[in-house]
Design a protein around this ligand. Structure first.
Ligand SMILES: Nc1ncnc2c1ncn2[C@@H]1O[C@H](COP(=O)(O)OP(=O)(O)OP(=O)(O)O)[C@@H](O)[C@H]1O
Ligand SMILES: [Mg+2]
Length: 265
C-alpha cells in the first residue's frame, strides 16, 4: 500500500456510535481517509455501512464520537461541494420523476451555485463534460426514468462529479449493474482517481474486487473488525470474514478475472 501523508487527512471519524431507538447500529467505529486514498467499506447486510456514511455526511445525527472533514468538525463543516455522494437508493428514488438526465446532473451544481443563481453556459458545459466522463452524454435529453438501473447509476455518479468534488462517497454503486458495466465502472474510478486525485469511499459486497481495487479496507459489523491495507485484508481475509460475517460465510475465490462469478457466499 502506498503510504499516505498523515498531514493530508480528508476525513477522520473517531468512536462513532449510532442507534435507532435502543438498538445500536454503530459502536465506536473509527476510520481515516487521506487525499488520493481508495477505501473499500465492507460488512454484511445490516451491519451499518450506509448508516455510517450518512452519519459522517451529517444526514443522520452524530450522537457519540467525532467526525472531521478536512480538519473541520462535522457541526461546523459547510463546504459540502467538496464531497460527492451517491446513496445506495439513488436510482430507485427518482425513477418516476419527470426530469431529464441533464437536469439531474445539473442538480449537482446547486451546492456550488446556491439555489438562486440560474445555471449558465459554463454550467451546461460542465454538465456535458460530467456526462461524457461516465459515457452518458448521448442520453442527456432522455427522461431519467427511461434509463436502465445501471445507466441511471452512471447519471447519479455524474451528478456527484459535476461540482468537481475532492471526495466521492459511493454506496454500492454497482448493484444491479452487469459484469461488463462493472468492469467499466472500476476503470472509470481509476481514471477519476488518476486524473482528479480523488479520494473515494466505496461500499461493496464484492470482497474480491474491492480488496484488489482499493488501497485500504474498513470492515464493520456494527463494530470495527478491520481497518488497514487491502493487502493485509487479503492476507487475513478468511479470519476477518469469519469474525465479522460469522463462521458460515466463506470466501470461495479471489476474482482476478472480472468475468469470474461468486466471490463469497
Ligand atoms: N430508519 C431506520 N429505522 C430503524 N432501523 C433502521 C433504519 N434504517 C436502518 N436501520 C437498521 O440499521 C441497521 C443498519 O442498516 P444499514 O442500512 O446501515 O446497513 P448496511 O450495512 O448498509 O446494509 P446493506 O449491506 O444491506 O446495505 C439495520 O439493522 C437496519 O435494519
Ligand atoms: Mg447499505
Amino acid at each position: 500500500m502506498a503510504a499516505f501523508d498523515p498531514s493530508n487527512v480528508v476525513l477522520e471519524a473517531e468512536g462513532v456510535s449510532f442507534r435507532y431507538e435502543s438498538q445500536y447500529v454503530l459502536k465506536r467505529v473509527s476510520l481515516t481517509l487521506h487525499r488520493g486514498e481508495l477505501l473499500g467499506l465492507v460488512g454484511p447486510n445490516g451491519s451499518g455501512k450506509s448508516t455510517l456514511l450518512k452519519v459522517m455526511l451529517g444526514l443522520l445525527p452524530l450522537a457519540e464520537g467525532t467526525v472531521r472533514w478536512f480538519g473541520v468538525p462535522l457541526n461546523r463543516f459547510r463546504d459540502w461541494a467538496r464531497i460527492g455522494y451517491v446513496s445506495q437508493k439513488a436510482a430507485s428514488f427518482n425513477v418516476g420523476f419527470p426530469v431529464t438526465v441533464e437536469e439531474v446532473v445539473r442538480m449537482g451544481l446547486i451546492a456550488r451555485l446556491g439555489i438562486f443563481r440560474r445555471p449558465g453556459k459554463k454550467e451546461t458545459e460542465k454538465v456535458l463534460e460530467a456526462l461524457e466522463f461516465v459515457g452518458m452524454a448521448d442520453f442527456r435529453r432522455r427522461n431519467i426514468g427511461a434509463l436502465s438501473g445501471g445507466q441511471q447509476q452512471r447519471v447519479f455518479i455524474a451528478r456527484a462529479l459535476v461540482g468537481d468534488p475532492e471526495v466521492l462517497i459511493l454506496d454500492e454503486p454497482t448493484v444491479g449493474v452487469d459484469r461488463h458495466s462493472e468492469v467499466r465502472f472500476y476503470a472509470l474510478l481509476e481514471k477519476m482517481h488518476k486524473e482528479r486525485g480523488l479520494s473515494i469511499v466505496l461500499v461493496s459486497h464484492d470482497l474480491g474486487v474491492v480488496s484488489e481495487k482499493m488501497d485500504t479496507i474498513v470492515c464493520i459489523n456494527h463494530e470495527l473488525f478491520y481497518h488497514g491495507s487491502a493487502s493485509g485484508f487479503r492476507a487475513a481475509c478468511d479470519e476477518i470474514v469469519a469474525r465479522a460475517y460469522g463462521q458460515e460465510m466463506k470466501i470461495i475465490t479471489h476474482a482476478h478475472d472480472p468475468g469470474e462469478e461468486a466471490i463469497y457466499r
